[in-house]
Design a protein around this ligand. Structure first.
Ligand SMILES: [Fe+2]
Ligand SMILES: [Fe+2]
Length: 272
């Protein structure tokens, strides 16, 4: 695991960054608006958890430090990308995002560290399933995509895979309750998928109303195909997270993700 100073230039990126799949692009854009709120929250939770670990947990503490650096870089690049969305007139995004930020502020203020860690691990466990989806089954949605946005998602998801054990290990070390981990997972999934659904619907509806997306059966079919495929895949793969024997360390990183990280390493080393 390492900190890579990846910087992406989004000056040529458009909201429909895969012009053949505008509905998929907007669903991903909705997810991108989550990250500048969720990932700073994860980092705050991990800092609080780090203070609770024993001095003998030096390796895990070092991993937390790297986790925080990776997440900080992720959300900064998503912020840079999201600016393009605001510039394209999706005014209500800021309202949705303010509501999400309020939720995270409340979680930190009113809920226990156990809850916040279980929620965080719920999200992190879905990250590796989404990574597997992107690296193994998403060529239909990525092949004709803008390079900068494709790079954003593939690099981000490869690093999610890379740091997959950190939050889980911290939760296990501090609490370890199986049923509470599942509660955190379900809470996080309902919270995040309902936000993603609302914002994705807003973006696509706005495009259909403005005529950016022709509102015909083709558009509905593209959206349905993506939603059915992704939810079936994620739903099935997430079943393994429900196992009391689940441990993210047992899942091997997809070859294509290793390749993305090797390329990011090379770009980072030539920059220095
Ligand atoms: Fe991340
Ligand atoms: Fe992560």
């Amino acid at each position: 695991m390492k900190h890579r100073k990846v910087r992406i230039d989004f000056s040529n990126a458009l909201p429909h960054w895969n012009p053949a799949e505008p509905e998929f692009s907007q669903r991903q854009n909705a997810a991108s608006t989550v990250l500048p709120h969720l990932e700073p929250y994860l980092n705050k939770v991990m800092k609080l958890a780090k203070d609770q670990l024993a001095d003998t947990d030096a390796v895990l503490k070092d991993e937390i430090a790297l986790f925080i650096k990776q997440e900080a870089n992720h959300y900064k690049q998503h912020q840079a990308f999201n600016r393009m969305l605001y510039d394209n007139g999706y005014e209500k995004l800021k309202v949705y995002e303010a509501g999400l930020q309020q939720d995270y502020d409340q979680f930190l203020k009113q809920r226990s560290l156990k809850f916040n860690l279980a929620y965080s691990e719920g999200f992190e466990s879905s990250g590796i399933v989404v990574a597997e989806f992107f690296f193994k089954h998403a060529s239909r949605w990525l092949d004709n995509a803008d390079d900068s946005v494709k790079k954003l998602w593939l690099w981000h998801l490869a690093e999610e895979f890379e740091h997959r054990t950190v939050c889980y290990d911290v939760y296990q070390r501090l609490y370890g309750s199986y049923f509470y981990r599942i509660y955190g997972l379900l809470y996080a999934m309902v919270h995040l998928f309902s936000y993603g659904g609302r914002v994705g619907r807003y973006l696509i509806t706005q495009d259909r109303e403005s005529g950016c997306i022709v509102n015909d059966w083709r558009s509905r079919w593209r959206l349905l195909r993506f939603q059915v495929f992704q939810s079936a895949y994620l739903g099935f793969k997430m079943l393994r997270v429900l196992s009391p024997f689940y441990d993210p360390a047992n899942y091997a990183m997809p070859k294509a993700a290793e390749q993305v990280l090797a390329e990011a390493d090379l770009a980072t080393s030539t920059e220095n």
